[in-house]
Design a protein around this ligand. Sequence first.
Ligand code: NAD
Length: 341
Amino acid sequence: MALDRNPLDRILAKDTPILVTGAGGFIGGHLVADLRRQGFSRIRAVDIKPVEHWFQAFDDTEILVLDLRDRHACRTAARGGGVVFNLACDMGGMGFIEAHKTDCMLSVLINTHLLMAAHESGCSRYLFASSACVYNGDKQCFPDSPALKEDDAYPALAEDGYGWEKLFGERLCRHYGEERGLVTRVARLHNVYGPLGAYDGGREKAPAALARKVATAKLTGGSSLEIWGDGLQTRSFTYIDDCLYGLQAIFAADYAAPINLGSAELVSIDQLADMLEEVAGLRLERSYDPSAPRGVRGRSSDNTLIRSVLNWEPSTPLRSGIARLYAWIEGELRSSGLRSS
Ligand code: NAD
């Protein structure tokens, strides 16, 4: 349960400049919306995408379209100091990160140049959005592998490409904190889902991809559902509202090392598909594609640390979050004109 509804109020004035990178993306868009709701008045929203492709954009925030792999662009973004939420990253679901390891790793330039620029500009605090993909693959070999504790990132055997980029980013944050005095915080996000994110085009993650497939079948009279892998692989999925609260609480906390930010509700992909079918009110015939990207065999978040640091952990039941995601995706497909021909 959240004890502190707006954790940033403890450390930030409402007119503190706040830089959100990746603001055109899923989590960044929701974060900017939430900061506005709280009354923060100097938000700078930055993304590489043209603004018409942002999931959320607001007239009363400063919007900059910049490629943050570039050091000068990072200086422009961090100009004026303040605080930074770095959510920018070239990433996607398993289908994307397995096929784009170079692109994922090049995001190391974003966090590196942004840390340098934030330090130069006198920023006081910096949060890096890391990932459960930093964890050692050998500790995720079974559907019932134990939930991952923060120490399980070492000895390092991260997800190839994306996971190594995040692990390097974490360590650079640590050294900027220890040696250069920039207060850095690291949240290790576990599978965040919710409305206003990617659900097609190749970057979508399992919950949105499955919701799109189920909604498409419902709207077009389809009868089958293709699942990547054998459906027995397990994950925990974190609803966006929990992610937003956790990011801000970790940002404000007096704790510098990486913290898991993830739900501990473990389900198999088949169980996730069951939930989506139940929400949509139909049953589909499943086919399994063992050759498709499917990631590790079992992964969930051990929340001992976040409970002890924040006295809180993500708690939105998957069933209720999935219902909200599904309703949004079905609505999007309906308004795009998708129907049975
Ligand atoms: P997203 O892809 O929706 O948002 C990332 C944004 O970064 C995109 O809008 C993209 O255009 C932008 N970006 C990419 N390269 C850029 C560049 N060179 N310069 C400026 N902007 C650039 O992803 P998201 O789900 O919102 O994730 C936000 C952060 O959280 C990322 O760092 C991601 O790695 C991390 N994360 C997300 C999840 C998840 O399940 N969504 C899990 C673990 C970690």
